[in-house]
Design a protein around this ligand. Structure first.
Ligand SMILES: [Zn+2]
Length: 106
């Protein structure tokens, strides 16, 4: 007896939710400038350890200059007071949590 191909989804079951991938925001072209490279290096030179790890009692060399207040949320791109040194892991964790935030209205 010939067998029918198995349906991947029963007709009475709801269609699986389509995965919504967050579109990558266009990368700020200012990150590609020599001015940012200099600002980044200056921040790491000023504060060579990850500030989050330091607050947790760990000593981890910083590799990333992070915007304390994300530029997307109104933080200054160039103001050194808005820069902090982070290790890659802490920066990724911070960026992941920031992705769920939205810019304030007004
Ligand atoms: Zn860290």
């Amino acid at each position: 007896m010939p067998s029918l191909p198995k349906p991947t989804r029963r007709p009475w079951q709801p269609a699986p939710a389509k995965r919504v991938y967050q579109q990558h925001e266009a990368r700020d072209s200012r990150y590609d400038t020599a001015q940012w490279q200099a600002a980044r290096k200056a921040q790491i030179a000023r504060c060579p350890c990850c500030v989050v790890c330091t607050s947790l009692g760990r000593t981890t060399p910083a590799t990333v200059t992070d915007h304390i207040t994300p530029v997307r949320l109104g933080g200054s791109f160039w103001d050194a007071n808005n820069h902090q040194s982070l290790c890659r892991a802490c920066h990724q964790a911070k960026s992941a949590s920031e992705r769920t935030q939205t810019a304030p209205r007004g």
